[in-house]
Ligand binder design. Structure first.
Ligand code: 26Y
Length: 819
């Protein structure tokens, strides 16, 4: 190879070292002597990026010439985290790069920590989109991710005196080496204005004249699959004012007013909505949704028309997946493009639209189902509102013609909700009607969808709802996050396990092998010591890596019940203090997660965790037996450290409320045992790992529903459990908040009076399950046997399997065969 080529694509230690040095000089503009860690990170990332670009161009070419159908994954969130080790792992260059850099006196693992964590998402739904992007590249599915390039990702969480504070997270402030700006790929996005009707050949034609136009500009990030075979594109839109400065105003001295339009336009891509369960309910959120849906559709329509004369075969060439209802306005926008702009007959347009879209539902919580006020839609998107009315009228007419007449059914399947004095557009119904397939994210969740939110639609269209149980990418959550475990797996099972997780099953034969158990235990202990270092650095708390690491990491929400875990922690604390001489299984309880800024109870739960931590950790009676840690600023990078160090995985949501969970899969894969309810994908994890290797407790989804109907009182439950009563009294009276004894009074009373999430109802069973955990921990050979069975039996939760199912059942696209 030419030396120049070698700089771009060579994969030897020397080639990589030369490439990084060249990037440092010519792209970063620094000499080695002056280079900071950040400079070295940028140079390294750019050198790695060059090696991705080759495969990117190859994939682009194959897809373009092959005439294959493309998949478009539309999501308001992509929680991708750091990308350097992702690229290095998938290209198989991690060790070579480490050696190349060490020759320059640079530590790759230190550079890893310098990379900003791209948090363009809130939680599970956003991380799922990132895992799916990686799996689609791995399976060589020609795919684009479409989203928004938020300047500020999810807020940075600082815990001050135990309270959460939110600070902006400007992940782009030092530049982003992974993205390619495409200022030439820009589309006009309209808002507001009015609609005009005219007759064309005796038929009405509608034309929308927006009063405001914003430009959407593309930024592309290559997404590299396993072994670098295929590379896809994540295309994120940034908002730009069409007319950035009103010179007339500026010249008259109104310097701020001259930029008002620009500020309003650019606000669209300024910040991610930090809420994951209560609709932001604000105009800006709807503007974001329409902005990126419209830009993405213009982009894919343009791509289609470069190759085909018209859009009649769009559904054969494009599958669009809606990640929840957030992009659902795209259904209406595509109808507008087909009918108003491309002159297609309505029925043809509707057939193509339905055949193109699929919709994934991620939640049944009523407060998280999006609806938009009709007056807001009429004002912001007047033509879309007309189209929605027509879609709805035709949909309801068709049902009436088929003999449906029940008013309650018609009300429930209508896109428009009446009532509360205001009409609203139900985005879930719109997405359902506009899609040929609707899926839930775990078997239980999909069943509940059929029985609850979409009961009537499902009765009418019984074949549309199908299940696609979530998955996770093993490249990030096993190979990158836990190299020690990966090395053992390769040693025992052979290298093929890296390509095909079904090989993990063979590990079950060795579950009782003391030598294997010892190796895994040593690897886990190292991971726990590393996490212990992070805990000490961030909180000042010292933890013992030989204690059980009991982990609850996820967004803070009442339905996820971090407070159930905290109440049990207090009960355990009381029990240890009562009998300190007993043979307690030493535990470190670790909590991490962010609360929506406006969610007061969730923020109070964070405060409670910190208050409990202070009391417990300061009490010499429980020293060496119990520690409590709240680790601030949970994000993807921190998850990569916590998960490999976990012994116990807390998945304790109120049954029926967690659609799937994906942290549950990551933790089980890394050998943690689950304590959990029969909720979401826990059900399927239990089926696979077996009853003996998981701790299940609590009410089932059916029992939860029955209990809600029964109106049984929590006060009675508490009165019947002396242990719970003691804990409630302690919290309520201020034992953990001596500086403000009323702090938890209302919180405790709300549990006594309502307890919608059935914390009190599940408490005793949870406490008992935790004591079974203790008992197993004391028998380390049995514990490690169960741990190995978890790793061995969760290969099915690979997102490659999930994407394979989407490709077959929803998108109708082929996937690359396993090697
Ligand atoms: C409407 C708006 C405020 C909103 C924004 C974000 C509503 C919901 C969300 C995010 C939801 C979410 O993250 N859901 C999670 O999706 C995961 C992937 O399917 C599931 O594993 C998890 O159970 C579910 O809570």
């Amino acid at each position: 190879a030419q030396p120049d080529d070698d700089l771009r694509t060579g994969n030897s230690v020397e080639a990589l070292r030369g490439a990084v040095m060249a990037k440092l000089a010519y792209a970063v503009g620094k000499v080695q002597a002056d280079a900071s860690d950040r400079d070295w990170f940028l140079a390294t990332a750019l050198a790695v990026r060059d090696r991705v670009v080759q495969g990117w161009q190859r994939s682009y070419h194959t897809t373009n010439t092959g005439g294959t159908k493309r998949v478009y994954y539309m999501s308001l969130e992509f929680l991708i985290g750091r990308l350097m080790f992702d690229a290095l792992t998938n290209l198989g260059l991690t060790d070579t790069m480490r050696e190349a850099l060490s020759g320059l006196g640079v530590d790759l693992d230190k550079l890893r920590e310098v990379e900003p964590d791209a948090a363009l998402g809130n939680g599970g739904l956003g991380r799922l989109a990132a895992c799916f992007m990686e799996s689609m590249a791995t399976l060589a599915v020609p795919a684009y991710g479409y989203g928004i390039r938020y300047e500020n990702g999810l807020f940075r969480q600082v815990v001050k005196d135990g309270w959460q504070q939110e600070y902006p997270e400007n992940w782009l402030s030092f530049g982003n080496p992974w993205e390619f700006a495409r200022p030439e790929i820009a589309y006009d996005i309209g808002f507001g204005g009015h609609v005009e009707t005219h007759q064309v050949d005796g038929a009405p034609r509608y034309e929308w004249f927006p009063s405001e136009t914003v430009e959407a500009v593309a930024y592309d990030t290559p997404v590299v699959g396993w072994r670098g075979h295929h590379v896809n594109t994540l295309r994120l839109w940034s908002a730009r004012a069409g007319d950035p400065l009103r010179l007339d105003a500026f010249n008259e001295g109104d310097h701020v007013g001259a930029m008002a339009d620009r500020v309003k336009a650019e606000a669209i891509s300024k910040v991610l909505y930090p809420s994951d369960a209560t609709p932001a309910g604000q105009e800006l959120r709807l503007r974001q949704e329409y902005f990126f849906a419209a830009a993405s559709l213009q982009d894919l329509v343009r791509r289609h028309l470069k190759k085909y004369p018209d859009l009649s075969n769009l559904a054969d060439q494009a599958a669009i997946q809606l990640n929840d209802t957030h992009p659902a306005i795209a259904v209406v926008e595509l109808m507008r493009l087909l009918v108003d702009l491309h002159g297609m007959a309505w029925d043809d347009a509707w057939r193509i639209t339905q055949a193109t879209f699929g919709y994934t539902n991620h939640t049944l919580l009523p407060e998280a189902l999006e609806t938009w006020p009709v007056p807001l839609m009429e004002r912001m998107l007047p033509r879309h509102m007309q189209i929605i009315y027509l879609v709805n009228a035709l949909h309801l007419d068709k049902l009436r013609a088929e003999g449906h007449s029940d008013v309650d059914v018609m009300r429930s399947v209508s896109i428009i909700a009446e009532g509360w004095g205001q009409q609203r557009v139900k985005m879930g119904t719109l997405a359902f009607i506009g899609s040929h397939r609707i899926n839930g994210v775990s078997a239980l969740h999909t069943d509940l969808m059929r029985q609850t939110v979409f009961r009537d639609l499902n009765a009418i269209y019984p074949d549309r709802i199908n299940n696609k149980t979530n998955g996770i990418t093993f490249r990030r959550w096993l190979m990158e996050a836990n190299p020690a475990l990966t090395a053992i797996l390769v040693d025992v099972l052979g290298k093929a396990v890296l390509d095909d997780p079904s090989h993990l099953e063979k590990l079950a034969q060795h579950a009782g092998d003391p030598a294997l158990q010892a190796r895994l235990k040593a690897a886990k202990r190292d991971n726990k010591a590393t996490l212990g270092g992070i805990i000490a650095a961030r909180t000042g708390i010292q933890v013992d890596p030989d204690a059980m690491f009991d982990i609850q990491i996820k967004r803070i929400h009442e339905y996820k019940r971090q407070h159930l875990n905290l109440l049990e922690t207090i009960a355990l604390y009381n029990a240890i203090r009562a009998e300190p001489w007993r043979d307690w299984a030493p535990r470190v309880k670790v909590f991490a997660g962010k609360a929506a800024a406006s969610y007061h109870t969730a923020k109070l739960i964070i405060k409670l965790a910190n208050d409990v931590a202070r009391v417990v950790n300061d009490d010499p009676t429980v020293r060496g037996k119990l520690k409590v840690v709240f680790l601030p600023n949970y994000n993807v990078s921190l998850a990569e450290r916590i998960i490999p160090a976990a012994d116990l995985s807390e998945q304790i949501s109120t049954a029926g409320m967690e659609a799937s969970g994906t942290g549950n899969m990551k933790l089980a894969l890394n050998g943690a045992l689950t304590i959990g309810t029969l909720d979401g994908a826990n059900v399927e994890i239990k089926e696979r790992v077996g009853d003996d290797n998981i701790f299940i407790f609590g009410l089932t989804a059916e029992e939860v529903a029955a209990r809600h109907r029964s109106g049984l009182s929590a006060r009675e439950t508490i009165a019947n459990s002396p242990r719970l009563a003691e804990v409630m009294e302690a919290v309520s009276s201020g034992v953990f908040s001596p500086d403000d004894t009323d702090r938890y009074r209302d919180f405790a009373n709300a549990l006594r009076d309502h307890d919608h999430f059935l914390v009190t109802a599940d408490f005793d069973d949870y406490y008992a399950a935790q004591r079974r955990v203790d008992a197993l921990w004391r028998d380390q050979a049995a514990w490690w046997r169960a741990s190995i069975m978890n790793t061995a039996r969760v290969g099915w939760f690979s997102s490659d399997r999930t994407i394979g199912e989407y490709a077959r059942d929803i998108w109708d696209v082929p996937v690359r065969a396993a090697e």
